[in-house]
Design a protein around this ligand. Sequence first.
Ligand code: SF4
Length: 328
Amino acid sequence: MKKTVVTGYRTTGKLHLGNLLGNMLNMLDLQEKYKCFFFFANLHALTTDYRDTSEIMNNVKIQLAEFLALGINPDKSVLYVQSDIHEIAELTLYLSMITPISRMQRNPTYKEQLKELSNKDIKMMGFLGYPILMTSDILIVHADYIPVGEDQLPHIEITRELARKFNKLYGKYFKVPKELITKAGRVPGTDGRKMSKSYGNAIYLSDEPDVIKKKVRMMITDPERIYKTDKGHPEICDVFYLHKSFSKEEIGDIEKECKNALIGCTQCKENLTGKISNYLSDFREKRAVFLNDTDYLKKVLEDGKNAVREITIETIKQVRYRMKLVNS
Ligand code: SF4
């Protein structure tokens, strides 16, 4: 029996290179080794974007088409929409009964996000309690592992605490899941900050080559390399960072050429543009095909929903039974 992995993807729309290098490549790897549950976290999207919900389901469609175009395979992984699995919401309610408010307020990510998203009115119960929703996503399918970056470890700790607390109060039932640390680095955007849709600095997987070219031209290089004759420091150059993923075979040569001033940054950026565009050309074609096949997209999500509910309906039945919420 393969071990189980679950991971949710916030429904923010089209994917960018930061998503690809930070998560998607890892997910492709995971689906070969584990039984994977990949879901579109539209309830999590509500925690910060509850006012305008008009794009949420369209974003699911785009993301699903992009997942499939990248090689996420519905025959290997279960793909579903979070809000289709009603048992997740029910379990969230039960777990919220055993979660101290102070524990949620102490969550370091909560405090950080309140600062980062100060332009949004997010002092809401749903936002405060999103680690409980996340815990339900994980426990409802009895996941063994959760792929996370180092910064998300506090959430996993909350999940473990709640699983243990439930087991202690109502009898041992839930697995206490473990983290699978992903080593994704911080992918730089076109302005040097972390690549993010909200910063407007992202190179999207669906961008056409001319758009990629314009965006790569804007990227920040070694600031000390003013003239082509100046020797460069690739280790501090954002263009080189992306070369490491897209020009793996030539990376030694690029490093040497930069350090010895044998190539200019304009040429180096042109080369990177070509590599990224080539890498994504197959993806763009498949994406267009999947986006046009709405019936197939619906079928993938329907099949995913049915497969996961075979587990979640039983889970919630067991939870109600253990919490003595059913007539005996
Ligand atoms: Fe960066 Fe390439 Fe310029 Fe070196 S030559 S600083 S790696 S863009």
